[in-house]
Design a protein around this ligand. Structure first.
Ligand SMILES: C[S@@+](CC[C@H](N)C(=O)[O-])C[C@H]1O[C@@H](n2cnc3c(N)ncnc32)[C@H](O)[C@@H]1O
Length: 229
């Protein structure tokens, strides 16, 4: 896919795919959107006292969500085990044009972002003492889950351009591979997505969205694996 780097309203960059007429993030702020949807409404909303957090991301893309997660968990008591799938990994030429390390400004941000985005696909790697990463090249529609997750970042391209990534059957398989008390967050608030999540067994709530987006969705699993919603 041919991509162009564009600057979003908060000054952080994103990629634009002309073929799909889609951006990887909100043009109202890439870092602002990821921080709100995935970090604030996801990672920071997990039940207190969870030491090891297993995260699954649909759509690794630029690695921004993993990068933000790394820094939000640093120095805390959480150990992050992060698994991400992407059917079309981005090449290093495009990645190198993104301004996330400078934007976040941490002294080691360039090195950490390089380790996250440059790690070999299919091989688990320790990015830091509190963060391990496994990136897998796969289509979500065909992905065979092997693990159970506490938190899911669902970050596919929009349902308008990729309806096949938002089918109830996919959410059902994800739900089956989540731990009790788990959370799925997504930037989409479409009625069809809400219904698909509900059909899959999630207890779904609408939350205020980041700038440019009125609402987002968060789905929760029941308290025990056998809860029927
Ligand atoms: C909205 S972008 C993800 C943004 C990403 N989380 C980030 O922070 O940069 C959607 C991603 O889904 C990937 N993708 C598209 N179709 C897919 C599929 N069927 N299965 C898995 N990944 C897919 C794309 O390659 C793209 O990286």
């Amino acid at each position: 896919m041919q991509m162009n780097v564009v600057r979003t309203a908060d000054g952080s960059s994103t990629l634009y795919v002309a073929e799909l007429n889609e951006h990887y993030h909100s043009i109202y702020g890439a870092v602002r959107e990821s921080s709100h949807v995935f970090i604030a409404c996801g990672l920071m909303s997990l039940p207190a006292g969870m030491h090891t957090v297993r995260i699954f991301e649909m759509g690794f893309g630029t690695g921004l969500n993993a990068f933000l997660t790394y820094y939000h968990a640093i120095g805390g008591d959480k150990e992050i085990r992060y698994t991400a799938v992407d059917a079309f990994p981005i090449g290093q030429d495009d990645i190198s044009q993104l301004n996330y390390p400078g934007y976040l400004g941490y002294p080691d941000a360039g090195e950490v972002y390089q380790r996250i985005t440059g790690s070999i696909w299919g091989e688990p790697v320790d990015i830091g003492s509190h963060f391990s990463l496994l990136k897998i090249v796969a289509r979500i529609e065909e992905y065979d889950f092997h693990d159970f997750y506490d938190l899911v970042y669902y970050d596919a391209f929009s349902p308008e351009v990729q309806p096949e990534c938002w089918e109830p059957e996919i959410f059902f398989r994800i739900h089956q591979h989540m731990n009790p008390g788990g959370i799925l967050v997504t930037y989409s608030s479409k009625g069809a997505v809400r219904r698909a999540l509900t059909q899959a067994g999630f207890i779904v709530e609408k939350l205020p969205g980041p700038p440019g987006k009125r609402e987002i969705l968060r789905g929760k699993t029941g308290k025990s694996r056998n809860d029927v919603v």
